[in-house]
Design a binder for this molecule. Structure first.
Ligand code: ATR
Length: 542
Protein backbone atom coordinates (compact mmCIF):
# COMPACT_ATOMS: atom_id res chain seq x y z
CA UNK A 1 0.00 0.00 0.00
CA UNK A 2 1.18 3.50 -0.81
CA UNK A 3 0.68 5.61 2.28
CA UNK A 4 0.46 9.35 1.67
CA UNK A 5 1.60 11.33 4.70
CA UNK A 6 -0.37 14.57 4.92
CA UNK A 7 1.93 17.33 6.07
CA UNK A 8 -0.18 20.50 5.71
CA UNK A 9 -0.84 22.63 8.78
CA UNK A 10 -4.51 23.34 8.08
CA UNK A 11 -7.43 21.06 7.24
CA UNK A 12 -7.96 22.93 3.98
CA UNK A 13 -4.30 22.35 3.15
CA UNK A 14 -4.70 18.66 3.93
CA UNK A 15 -7.75 18.42 1.71
CA UNK A 16 -5.86 20.14 -1.13
CA UNK A 17 -2.97 17.68 -0.74
CA UNK A 18 -5.36 14.75 -1.00
CA UNK A 19 -6.83 16.23 -4.19
CA UNK A 20 -3.41 16.81 -5.75
CA UNK A 21 -2.49 13.14 -5.38
CA UNK A 22 -5.84 11.46 -5.82
CA UNK A 23 -5.41 8.06 -7.44
CA UNK A 24 -1.78 7.75 -6.28
CA UNK A 25 -2.29 6.46 -2.71
CA UNK A 26 -4.03 3.55 -0.97
CA UNK A 27 -4.01 4.87 2.59
CA UNK A 28 -3.61 8.29 4.18
CA UNK A 29 -1.64 9.28 7.27
CA UNK A 30 -2.83 12.40 9.02
CA UNK A 31 0.06 14.00 10.91
CA UNK A 32 -1.78 15.67 13.76
CA UNK A 33 1.43 17.14 15.15
CA UNK A 34 1.90 19.15 11.92
CA UNK A 35 -1.59 20.67 12.13
CA UNK A 36 -1.94 24.03 13.86
CA UNK A 37 -3.37 23.84 17.37
CA UNK A 38 -6.61 25.63 16.34
CA UNK A 39 -7.02 23.19 13.44
CA UNK A 40 -6.60 20.21 15.76
CA UNK A 41 -9.28 21.74 18.03
CA UNK A 42 -11.59 22.21 15.09
CA UNK A 43 -11.09 18.63 13.94
CA UNK A 44 -11.83 17.08 17.31
CA UNK A 45 -14.98 19.16 17.82
CA UNK A 46 -16.44 18.96 14.32
CA UNK A 47 -19.41 16.62 14.24
CA UNK A 48 -18.89 15.79 10.57
CA UNK A 49 -15.84 13.77 9.63
CA UNK A 50 -13.66 15.45 7.03
CA UNK A 51 -14.87 14.61 3.52
CA UNK A 52 -11.35 13.83 2.24
CA UNK A 53 -10.98 11.07 4.82
CA UNK A 54 -14.12 9.21 3.90
CA UNK A 55 -13.81 6.11 1.76
CA UNK A 56 -10.06 5.63 2.27
CA UNK A 57 -8.08 3.88 5.03
CA UNK A 58 -6.61 6.38 7.48
CA UNK A 59 -3.72 6.36 9.96
CA UNK A 60 -3.84 8.87 12.80
CA UNK A 61 -0.36 9.85 13.91
CA UNK A 62 0.56 12.44 16.53
CA UNK A 63 4.37 12.54 16.61
CA UNK A 64 6.49 13.88 19.40
CA UNK A 65 9.65 15.89 18.79
CA UNK A 66 11.69 12.98 20.11
CA UNK A 67 10.27 10.73 17.37
CA UNK A 68 10.89 13.24 14.60
CA UNK A 69 7.53 15.00 14.90
CA UNK A 70 6.50 18.50 15.90
CA UNK A 71 4.62 17.94 19.20
CA UNK A 72 6.60 19.27 22.12
CA UNK A 73 3.80 19.31 24.68
CA UNK A 74 2.49 17.02 27.38
CA UNK A 75 2.28 13.34 26.49
CA UNK A 76 -0.97 12.65 28.34
CA UNK A 77 -2.61 15.56 26.53
CA UNK A 78 -1.38 14.14 23.22
CA UNK A 79 -2.69 10.64 23.88
CA UNK A 80 -6.00 11.90 25.28
CA UNK A 81 -6.46 13.94 22.14
CA UNK A 82 -6.10 10.75 20.08
CA UNK A 83 -8.74 8.98 22.21
CA UNK A 84 -11.11 11.94 21.82
CA UNK A 85 -10.53 12.09 18.07
CA UNK A 86 -11.28 8.38 17.65
CA UNK A 87 -14.42 8.71 19.79
CA UNK A 88 -15.60 11.63 17.70
CA UNK A 89 -14.93 10.26 14.23
CA UNK A 90 -14.44 6.48 14.36
CA UNK A 91 -17.94 5.64 13.23
CA UNK A 92 -17.55 7.77 10.12
CA UNK A 93 -14.05 6.60 9.33
CA UNK A 94 -13.58 3.02 10.45
CA UNK A 95 -15.30 1.47 7.43
CA UNK A 96 -12.28 1.48 5.16
CA UNK A 97 -9.81 0.85 7.98
CA UNK A 98 -8.72 3.13 10.79
CA UNK A 99 -5.24 2.83 12.30
CA UNK A 100 -3.72 4.54 15.30
CA UNK A 101 0.07 4.94 15.40
CA UNK A 102 1.21 4.56 19.00
CA UNK A 103 4.85 4.43 20.10
CA UNK A 104 6.01 1.38 22.01
CA UNK A 105 7.01 3.36 25.09
CA UNK A 106 3.40 4.43 25.75
CA UNK A 107 2.15 0.84 25.89
CA UNK A 108 1.84 0.96 29.69
CA UNK A 109 0.97 4.66 29.90
CA UNK A 110 -2.63 5.08 31.14
CA UNK A 111 -3.56 7.49 28.37
CA UNK A 112 -1.78 5.30 25.80
CA UNK A 113 -3.62 2.24 27.03
CA UNK A 114 -6.90 4.13 26.81
CA UNK A 115 -6.23 5.29 23.25
CA UNK A 116 -5.52 1.69 22.19
CA UNK A 117 -8.71 0.47 23.93
CA UNK A 118 -10.87 3.15 22.33
CA UNK A 119 -9.47 2.31 18.89
CA UNK A 120 -10.11 -1.41 19.47
CA UNK A 121 -13.69 -0.75 20.60
CA UNK A 122 -14.45 0.84 17.22
CA UNK A 123 -12.63 -1.80 15.20
CA UNK A 124 -9.54 0.33 14.67
CA UNK A 125 -6.05 -1.17 14.59
CA UNK A 126 -2.81 -0.22 16.30
CA UNK A 127 0.51 0.42 14.60
CA UNK A 128 3.13 0.01 17.32
CA UNK A 129 6.03 2.21 16.28
CA UNK A 130 9.63 2.91 17.16
CA UNK A 131 11.95 5.42 15.50
CA UNK A 132 15.72 5.23 15.67
CA UNK A 133 17.28 8.36 14.21
CA UNK A 134 20.98 7.73 14.58
CA UNK A 135 21.49 4.21 13.26
CA UNK A 136 20.07 0.89 12.15
CA UNK A 137 19.96 -1.38 15.22
CA UNK A 138 22.30 -4.38 15.25
CA UNK A 139 19.36 -6.79 15.37
CA UNK A 140 16.25 -5.26 13.78
CA UNK A 141 14.37 -8.57 14.02
CA UNK A 142 14.72 -8.50 17.81
CA UNK A 143 13.25 -4.97 17.84
CA UNK A 144 10.37 -6.04 15.61
CA UNK A 145 9.70 -8.95 17.95
CA UNK A 146 9.65 -6.58 20.93
CA UNK A 147 7.25 -4.26 19.14
CA UNK A 148 4.96 -7.07 18.07
CA UNK A 149 4.88 -8.50 21.60
CA UNK A 150 4.52 -5.39 23.75
CA UNK A 151 0.88 -4.49 23.14
CA UNK A 152 -2.26 -6.41 22.30
CA UNK A 153 -2.14 -9.36 19.90
CA UNK A 154 -2.57 -8.37 16.26
CA UNK A 155 -0.85 -5.00 16.48
CA UNK A 156 1.32 -4.05 13.52
CA UNK A 157 4.95 -3.41 14.47
CA UNK A 158 6.58 -0.44 12.74
CA UNK A 159 10.32 0.09 12.81
CA UNK A 160 11.72 3.25 11.21
CA UNK A 161 15.50 3.50 11.38
CA UNK A 162 18.23 5.70 10.03
CA UNK A 163 20.17 3.89 7.33
CA UNK A 164 23.67 5.40 7.52
CA UNK A 165 25.16 3.52 4.60
CA UNK A 166 25.04 0.38 2.51
CA UNK A 167 25.97 -1.86 5.39
CA UNK A 168 22.98 -0.68 7.43
CA UNK A 169 20.77 -1.27 4.41
CA UNK A 170 21.97 -4.86 4.09
CA UNK A 171 21.17 -5.46 7.76
CA UNK A 172 17.70 -3.95 7.47
CA UNK A 173 16.77 -5.82 4.29
CA UNK A 174 18.08 -9.08 5.76
CA UNK A 175 15.91 -8.45 8.85
CA UNK A 176 12.82 -7.74 6.75
CA UNK A 177 13.27 -10.97 4.81
CA UNK A 178 13.98 -12.97 7.98
CA UNK A 179 10.89 -11.50 9.64
CA UNK A 180 8.71 -12.58 6.79
CA UNK A 181 10.30 -16.04 6.58
CA UNK A 182 10.23 -16.54 10.34
CA UNK A 183 6.57 -15.66 10.54
CA UNK A 184 5.87 -18.06 7.71
CA UNK A 185 7.36 -20.95 9.64
CA UNK A 186 6.04 -19.93 13.05
CA UNK A 187 2.48 -19.49 11.87
CA UNK A 188 2.31 -22.75 9.98
CA UNK A 189 -0.39 -24.13 12.27
CA UNK A 190 -2.35 -20.96 12.87
CA UNK A 191 -4.27 -20.88 9.61
CA UNK A 192 -7.03 -18.53 8.54
CA UNK A 193 -7.05 -14.77 8.52
CA UNK A 194 -4.93 -14.60 11.66
CA UNK A 195 -1.97 -16.04 9.83
CA UNK A 196 -1.76 -13.33 7.22
CA UNK A 197 -2.52 -10.70 9.79
CA UNK A 198 0.36 -11.55 12.11
CA UNK A 199 2.95 -11.28 9.34
CA UNK A 200 2.30 -7.62 8.92
CA UNK A 201 5.12 -5.24 9.78
CA UNK A 202 6.14 -1.82 8.58
CA UNK A 203 9.83 -1.40 7.93
CA UNK A 204 11.22 1.98 6.91
CA UNK A 205 14.81 2.85 6.09
CA UNK A 206 15.19 6.60 6.56
CA UNK A 207 17.72 8.79 4.79
CA UNK A 208 19.11 8.56 1.26
CA UNK A 209 20.70 5.14 1.85
CA UNK A 210 17.36 3.79 3.04
CA UNK A 211 15.53 4.90 -0.10
CA UNK A 212 15.38 1.40 -1.66
CA UNK A 213 13.31 0.12 1.28
CA UNK A 214 10.56 2.58 0.35
CA UNK A 215 10.20 1.41 -3.23
CA UNK A 216 10.88 -2.24 -2.42
CA UNK A 217 8.39 -2.46 0.46
CA UNK A 218 6.14 -4.93 -1.43
CA UNK A 219 9.21 -6.98 -2.34
CA UNK A 220 10.62 -7.19 1.20
CA UNK A 221 7.22 -7.61 2.81
CA UNK A 222 6.55 -4.24 4.43
CA UNK A 223 2.82 -3.70 4.94
CA UNK A 224 2.97 -0.18 3.53
CA UNK A 225 5.40 2.48 2.39
CA UNK A 226 5.27 6.16 3.29
CA UNK A 227 5.40 8.94 0.75
CA UNK A 228 4.91 12.68 1.05
CA UNK A 229 4.54 15.83 -0.97
CA UNK A 230 7.83 17.60 -1.64
CA UNK A 231 7.84 21.07 -0.12
CA UNK A 232 10.19 23.68 1.22
CA UNK A 233 9.32 23.24 4.87
CA UNK A 234 9.61 19.48 4.93
CA UNK A 235 11.81 19.16 7.98
CA UNK A 236 9.15 17.17 9.82
CA UNK A 237 8.73 14.64 7.06
CA UNK A 238 11.33 11.88 7.05
CA UNK A 239 14.32 12.37 4.71
CA UNK A 240 14.57 10.12 1.64
CA UNK A 241 10.77 9.98 1.20
CA UNK A 242 9.30 10.20 -2.25
CA UNK A 243 6.03 11.59 -3.50
CA UNK A 244 3.03 9.31 -4.08
CA UNK A 245 2.93 9.97 -7.83
CA UNK A 246 6.51 8.79 -8.39
CA UNK A 247 5.72 5.76 -6.28
CA UNK A 248 2.57 4.89 -8.24
CA UNK A 249 3.62 5.88 -11.75
CA UNK A 250 7.42 5.85 -12.03
CA UNK A 251 7.99 2.77 -9.82
CA UNK A 252 4.64 1.08 -10.55
CA UNK A 253 4.45 0.30 -6.82
CA UNK A 254 1.06 -1.38 -7.01
CA UNK A 255 2.29 -3.98 -9.46
CA UNK A 256 5.27 -4.97 -7.26
CA UNK A 257 5.21 -8.04 -5.06
CA UNK A 258 7.34 -10.75 -3.47
CA UNK A 259 8.33 -12.22 -6.84
CA UNK A 260 9.20 -8.93 -8.58
CA UNK A 261 12.69 -8.98 -10.08
CA UNK A 262 14.98 -6.24 -8.80
CA UNK A 263 17.28 -4.10 -10.93
CA UNK A 264 18.92 -0.83 -10.02
CA UNK A 265 21.68 1.70 -10.22
CA UNK A 266 24.53 2.13 -7.76
CA UNK A 267 26.41 5.39 -7.38
CA UNK A 268 26.81 8.21 -4.89
CA UNK A 269 24.85 10.41 -5.12
CA UNK A 270 22.32 8.68 -7.34
CA UNK A 271 18.81 9.65 -6.20
CA UNK A 272 18.53 12.21 -9.01
CA UNK A 273 19.59 9.78 -11.73
CA UNK A 274 17.36 9.64 -14.80
CA UNK A 275 18.00 5.93 -15.26
CA UNK A 276 15.03 4.78 -13.09
CA UNK A 277 12.58 6.69 -15.31
CA UNK A 278 14.09 5.12 -18.41
CA UNK A 279 14.37 1.50 -17.23
CA UNK A 280 11.07 1.32 -15.33
CA UNK A 281 9.29 2.61 -18.44
CA UNK A 282 11.05 -0.11 -20.45
CA UNK A 283 9.96 -2.84 -18.02
CA UNK A 284 6.44 -1.49 -18.19
CA UNK A 285 6.46 -1.45 -21.98
CA UNK A 286 7.74 -5.04 -22.07
CA UNK A 287 5.25 -6.20 -19.43
CA UNK A 288 8.03 -7.52 -17.20
CA UNK A 289 7.43 -7.94 -13.48
CA UNK A 290 10.58 -6.01 -12.59
CA UNK A 291 11.54 -2.76 -10.89
CA UNK A 292 14.61 -0.54 -11.22
CA UNK A 293 15.67 1.27 -8.05
CA UNK A 294 18.41 3.79 -7.23
CA UNK A 295 20.73 2.40 -4.55
CA UNK A 296 22.88 5.18 -3.07
CA UNK A 297 25.97 3.14 -2.23
CA UNK A 298 28.97 3.95 -0.05
CA UNK A 299 30.25 0.39 0.25
CA UNK A 300 30.47 -1.66 -2.94
CA UNK A 301 31.22 -5.04 -1.23
CA UNK A 302 28.11 -4.53 0.93
CA UNK A 303 26.06 -3.92 -2.18
CA UNK A 304 27.28 -7.24 -3.54
CA UNK A 305 25.74 -8.90 -0.48
CA UNK A 306 22.52 -7.07 -1.22
CA UNK A 307 22.62 -8.48 -4.74
CA UNK A 308 22.53 -11.96 -3.23
CA UNK A 309 19.84 -11.10 -0.65
CA UNK A 310 17.43 -9.54 -3.16
CA UNK A 311 18.50 -11.73 -6.09
CA UNK A 312 19.23 -8.51 -7.98
CA UNK A 313 19.23 -9.38 -11.69
CA UNK A 314 21.05 -6.40 -13.11
CA UNK A 315 22.58 -3.06 -12.17
CA UNK A 316 23.83 0.08 -13.77
CA UNK A 317 26.97 1.44 -12.18
CA UNK A 318 27.82 5.12 -12.08
CA UNK A 319 30.25 7.55 -10.48
CA UNK A 320 32.22 6.85 -8.30
CA UNK A 321 31.95 3.05 -8.47
CA UNK A 322 32.67 2.12 -12.09
CA UNK A 323 36.33 1.33 -11.45
CA UNK A 324 35.76 -0.60 -8.25
CA UNK A 325 33.14 -2.82 -9.86
CA UNK A 326 35.47 -3.37 -12.84
CA UNK A 327 38.02 -4.66 -10.32
CA UNK A 328 35.72 -7.58 -9.46
CA UNK A 329 36.14 -8.80 -13.01
CA UNK A 330 39.82 -7.97 -13.32
CA UNK A 331 40.54 -9.88 -10.14
CA UNK A 332 38.42 -12.78 -11.33
CA UNK A 333 40.24 -12.78 -14.68
CA UNK A 334 43.57 -12.95 -12.87
CA UNK A 335 42.48 -15.80 -10.64
CA UNK A 336 40.37 -17.65 -13.17
CA UNK A 337 36.80 -16.61 -13.84
CA UNK A 338 33.69 -17.92 -12.09
CA UNK A 339 35.07 -17.83 -8.58
CA UNK A 340 33.54 -15.63 -5.92
CA UNK A 341 36.26 -13.04 -5.42
CA UNK A 342 36.53 -9.61 -3.88
CA UNK A 343 36.18 -8.96 -0.21
CA UNK A 344 32.67 -8.99 1.09
CA UNK A 345 32.23 -6.85 4.20
CA UNK A 346 31.20 -9.78 6.37
CA UNK A 347 33.58 -12.71 6.20
CA UNK A 348 31.70 -15.65 4.76
CA UNK A 349 28.86 -13.46 3.52
CA UNK A 350 26.89 -14.85 0.64
CA UNK A 351 27.84 -12.96 -2.53
CA UNK A 352 27.24 -13.84 -6.17
CA UNK A 353 30.24 -15.32 -7.99
CA UNK A 354 31.95 -13.39 -10.76
CA UNK A 355 31.74 -14.57 -14.36
CA UNK A 356 32.69 -13.02 -17.69
CA UNK A 357 33.48 -9.41 -18.54
CA UNK A 358 33.35 -7.65 -21.91
CA UNK A 359 36.48 -6.56 -23.79
CA UNK A 360 35.46 -2.89 -23.39
CA UNK A 361 35.16 -3.23 -19.62
CA UNK A 362 38.62 -4.75 -19.30
CA UNK A 363 40.22 -2.27 -21.71
CA UNK A 364 38.63 0.81 -20.14
CA UNK A 365 38.87 -0.43 -16.58
CA UNK A 366 35.33 0.78 -15.87
CA UNK A 367 32.10 -1.18 -15.57
CA UNK A 368 28.72 0.49 -16.03
CA UNK A 369 26.51 -2.60 -16.34
CA UNK A 370 26.29 -5.88 -14.41
CA UNK A 371 23.82 -8.65 -15.17
CA UNK A 372 23.47 -12.28 -14.06
CA UNK A 373 24.16 -15.22 -16.36
CA UNK A 374 22.08 -18.42 -16.36
CA UNK A 375 24.05 -19.70 -13.34
CA UNK A 376 23.53 -16.50 -11.38
CA UNK A 377 27.11 -15.34 -11.90
CA UNK A 378 27.85 -11.66 -12.46
CA UNK A 379 28.60 -10.61 -16.01
CA UNK A 380 30.21 -7.19 -16.51
CA UNK A 381 29.90 -4.83 -19.47
CA UNK A 382 30.59 -1.25 -20.43
CA UNK A 383 27.89 0.28 -22.60
CA UNK A 384 29.45 3.77 -22.37
CA UNK A 385 31.84 2.94 -25.22
CA UNK A 386 29.13 1.87 -27.68
CA UNK A 387 26.73 4.46 -26.24
CA UNK A 388 29.28 7.16 -27.05
CA UNK A 389 30.00 5.84 -30.56
CA UNK A 390 26.42 5.30 -31.71
CA UNK A 391 25.27 8.96 -31.93
CA UNK A 392 28.62 9.87 -33.50
CA UNK A 393 28.49 7.14 -36.13
CA UNK A 394 25.01 8.18 -37.19
CA UNK A 395 26.58 11.55 -38.20
CA UNK A 396 30.10 10.44 -39.16
CA UNK A 397 29.72 6.85 -40.38
CA UNK A 398 33.45 6.38 -41.04
CA UNK A 399 35.76 7.40 -38.21
CA UNK A 400 38.90 5.89 -39.70
CA UNK A 401 41.70 8.49 -39.99
CA UNK A 402 39.45 11.25 -38.68
CA UNK A 403 41.29 13.69 -36.41
CA UNK A 404 39.58 13.90 -33.03
CA UNK A 405 40.45 16.02 -30.00
CA UNK A 406 39.23 14.76 -26.63
CA UNK A 407 39.09 17.36 -23.86
CA UNK A 408 39.73 15.81 -20.49
CA UNK A 409 41.54 12.70 -19.30
CA UNK A 410 39.27 11.40 -16.53
CA UNK A 411 37.03 8.35 -16.30
CA UNK A 412 34.62 9.50 -19.00
CA UNK A 413 37.50 10.29 -21.39
CA UNK A 414 38.84 6.75 -21.08
CA UNK A 415 35.71 5.19 -22.63
CA UNK A 416 35.68 7.89 -25.32
CA UNK A 417 39.36 7.50 -26.29
CA UNK A 418 39.08 3.72 -26.33
CA UNK A 419 35.99 3.86 -28.58
CA UNK A 420 37.63 6.31 -30.98
CA UNK A 421 40.89 4.37 -31.28
CA UNK A 422 39.04 1.08 -31.79
CA UNK A 423 37.25 2.79 -34.68
CA UNK A 424 40.53 3.89 -36.31
CA UNK A 425 40.38 7.62 -35.48
CA UNK A 426 43.51 9.69 -34.78
CA UNK A 427 43.16 11.05 -31.26
CA UNK A 428 44.62 14.04 -29.42
CA UNK A 429 43.93 14.17 -25.68
CA UNK A 430 44.06 17.65 -24.14
CA UNK A 431 43.92 17.99 -20.40
CA UNK A 432 44.47 20.67 -17.78
CA UNK A 433 46.90 18.34 -16.04
CA UNK A 434 49.26 17.32 -18.83
CA UNK A 435 50.62 14.18 -17.22
CA UNK A 436 47.14 12.62 -16.98
CA UNK A 437 46.66 13.17 -20.72
CA UNK A 438 50.09 11.66 -21.35
CA UNK A 439 49.47 8.63 -19.24
CA UNK A 440 46.08 8.00 -20.92
CA UNK A 441 47.70 8.31 -24.36
CA UNK A 442 50.58 6.06 -23.31
CA UNK A 443 48.23 3.39 -22.02
CA UNK A 444 46.23 3.26 -25.27
CA UNK A 445 49.18 3.78 -27.65
CA UNK A 446 49.07 0.16 -28.78
CA UNK A 447 45.48 0.59 -30.02
CA UNK A 448 46.20 3.35 -32.57
CA UNK A 449 47.43 6.89 -33.11
CA UNK A 450 47.08 8.87 -29.91
CA UNK A 451 48.97 11.91 -28.65
CA UNK A 452 48.62 14.20 -25.66
CA UNK A 453 48.80 17.92 -24.90
CA UNK A 454 47.96 20.51 -22.28
CA UNK A 455 44.62 22.29 -22.40
CA UNK A 456 46.11 25.66 -23.37
CA UNK A 457 46.75 27.86 -26.44
CA UNK A 458 50.13 26.21 -27.00
CA UNK A 459 48.25 23.10 -28.17
CA UNK A 460 46.45 24.93 -31.01
CA UNK A 461 48.70 23.61 -33.82
CA UNK A 462 48.07 20.00 -32.72
CA UNK A 463 44.37 20.74 -32.22
CA UNK A 464 44.05 22.03 -35.81
CA UNK A 465 45.36 18.66 -37.02
CA UNK A 466 42.66 16.93 -34.94
CA UNK A 467 39.60 19.07 -35.47
CA UNK A 468 37.20 16.94 -37.51
CA UNK A 469 35.54 16.09 -34.22
CA UNK A 470 35.92 17.61 -30.73
CA UNK A 471 34.69 15.68 -27.71
CA UNK A 472 34.20 17.52 -24.42
CA UNK A 473 34.31 15.19 -21.38
CA UNK A 474 35.11 17.52 -18.47
CA UNK A 475 32.72 19.10 -16.01
CA UNK A 476 33.74 22.59 -17.17
CA UNK A 477 30.67 24.56 -18.20
CA UNK A 478 28.31 22.43 -16.13
CA UNK A 479 26.01 23.94 -13.53
CA UNK A 480 26.71 26.01 -11.54
CA UNK A 481 29.79 27.15 -13.49
CA UNK A 482 27.88 27.78 -16.74
CA UNK A 483 30.07 30.71 -17.87
CA UNK A 484 33.17 28.54 -18.15
CA UNK A 485 34.46 27.36 -21.54
CA UNK A 486 37.27 24.78 -21.62
CA UNK A 487 38.24 25.72 -25.19
CA UNK A 488 37.96 29.51 -24.94
CA UNK A 489 41.26 29.80 -26.83
CA UNK A 490 39.94 27.96 -29.90
CA UNK A 491 37.81 29.50 -32.64
CA UNK A 492 35.49 27.14 -34.50
CA UNK A 493 35.76 27.04 -38.29
CA UNK A 494 32.24 25.68 -38.58
CA UNK A 495 33.32 22.37 -40.09
CA UNK A 496 33.90 20.59 -36.78
CA UNK A 497 31.51 18.17 -35.09
CA UNK A 498 31.28 19.06 -31.39
CA UNK A 499 30.24 16.24 -29.07
CA UNK A 500 29.49 17.46 -25.54
CA UNK A 501 28.95 14.42 -23.34
CA UNK A 502 27.73 16.41 -20.34
CA UNK A 503 23.98 17.05 -20.35
CA UNK A 504 23.33 19.74 -17.74
CA UNK A 505 22.80 22.39 -18.97
CA UNK A 506 21.89 21.24 -22.48
CA UNK A 507 23.48 24.35 -23.99
CA UNK A 508 26.89 25.12 -22.52
CA UNK A 509 28.88 28.16 -23.59
CA UNK A 510 31.04 25.90 -25.74
CA UNK A 511 27.98 24.40 -27.45
CA UNK A 512 26.56 27.87 -28.10
CA UNK A 513 29.82 28.99 -29.73
CA UNK A 514 30.00 25.89 -31.91
CA UNK A 515 26.40 26.30 -33.05
CA UNK A 516 26.98 29.93 -33.88
CA UNK A 517 29.91 28.93 -36.09
CA UNK A 518 27.67 26.44 -37.88
CA UNK A 519 29.11 23.24 -36.38
CA UNK A 520 27.12 20.06 -36.00
CA UNK A 521 26.57 19.53 -32.27
CA UNK A 522 25.79 16.28 -30.47
CA UNK A 523 24.57 16.61 -26.88
CA UNK A 524 25.18 14.30 -23.94
CA UNK A 525 21.49 13.43 -23.84
CA UNK A 526 22.00 11.24 -26.89
CA UNK A 527 24.86 9.34 -25.27
CA UNK A 528 22.77 8.84 -22.15
CA UNK A 529 19.91 7.37 -24.15
CA UNK A 530 22.16 5.20 -26.33
CA UNK A 531 23.99 3.62 -23.38
CA UNK A 532 20.71 3.19 -21.46
CA UNK A 533 19.14 1.44 -24.46
CA UNK A 534 22.12 -0.92 -24.69
CA UNK A 535 21.82 -1.59 -20.97
CA UNK A 536 18.16 -2.30 -21.41
CA UNK A 537 19.01 -4.89 -24.09
CA UNK A 538 21.43 -6.54 -21.65
CA UNK A 539 18.78 -6.51 -18.89
CA UNK A 540 16.41 -8.19 -21.34
CA UNK A 541 18.87 -11.09 -21.65
CA UNK A 542 18.99 -11.87 -17.94
P1 ATR B 1 34.97 11.86 -15.04
O1 ATR B 1 34.91 10.43 -14.58
O2 ATR B 1 33.59 12.50 -15.12
O3 ATR B 1 35.72 12.04 -16.30
P2 ATR B 1 37.22 12.74 -13.48
O4 ATR B 1 37.88 11.44 -13.65
O5 ATR B 1 37.26 13.43 -12.14
O6 ATR B 1 35.67 12.68 -13.87
O7 ATR B 1 37.82 13.74 -14.61
C1 ATR B 1 37.44 15.07 -14.68
C2 ATR B 1 38.08 15.70 -15.90
O8 ATR B 1 37.68 17.06 -15.96
C3 ATR B 1 39.61 15.72 -15.83
O9 ATR B 1 40.13 15.65 -17.14
C4 ATR B 1 39.86 17.10 -15.22
O10 ATR B 1 41.13 17.64 -15.49
P3 ATR B 1 42.40 17.33 -14.49
O11 ATR B 1 42.86 15.96 -14.84
O12 ATR B 1 43.35 18.39 -14.77
O13 ATR B 1 41.83 17.40 -13.08
C5 ATR B 1 38.81 17.91 -15.91
N1 ATR B 1 38.51 19.14 -15.21
C6 ATR B 1 37.78 19.28 -14.09
N2 ATR B 1 37.70 20.57 -13.74
C7 ATR B 1 38.40 21.28 -14.66
C8 ATR B 1 38.68 22.66 -14.86
N3 ATR B 1 38.21 23.59 -14.02
N4 ATR B 1 39.42 23.02 -15.94
C9 ATR B 1 39.87 22.09 -16.80
N5 ATR B 1 39.64 20.76 -16.66
C10 ATR B 1 38.93 20.36 -15.61
Amino acid sequence: MICFTLSADTLEGVSAQVNRYRGCFDILELRLDLLRQDERERLVHDTASPAWAIGVPLILTFRRLSDGGAWNGDDTERLNYLSALVEQHAEGLVGEGLFLDLEDDVVAHDAGRKAADVAARYGGEIIRSRHVFDRTPEDPVAVLRELAGCGDPGEIPKLAVQVRGSRDLVRLVRAAIAWLDGMDAGDAGAGGAGEARDKRAIIVGMGAYGFPTRVLAPRIGSFLSYSSEPSKGREHVAPGQIDPRSMAELYRYRSLGPTTEVFGIIGNPVLHSRSPAFHNAEFDRKGRNAVYVPFPTDDVPAFRELMALLHIRGVSVTIPHKEMVADWFRAAGAEGASRAVGTAGDPGADVPAVGEASTELLAVGACNTVIRDADGRLVGANTDVAGFLEPLRSRVPELRDRGVTVIGAGGAARAVVYGLLSSGARVLVLNRTLHRAESLAGEYAKLGQVTAGALEPGSLPALRLHNDILVQTTSVGMQPDTDADPLAFYEFAGTEVLYEIIYTPPVTRLVARAKEAGCLVIGGEEMFLAQAKLQSDLFAQT
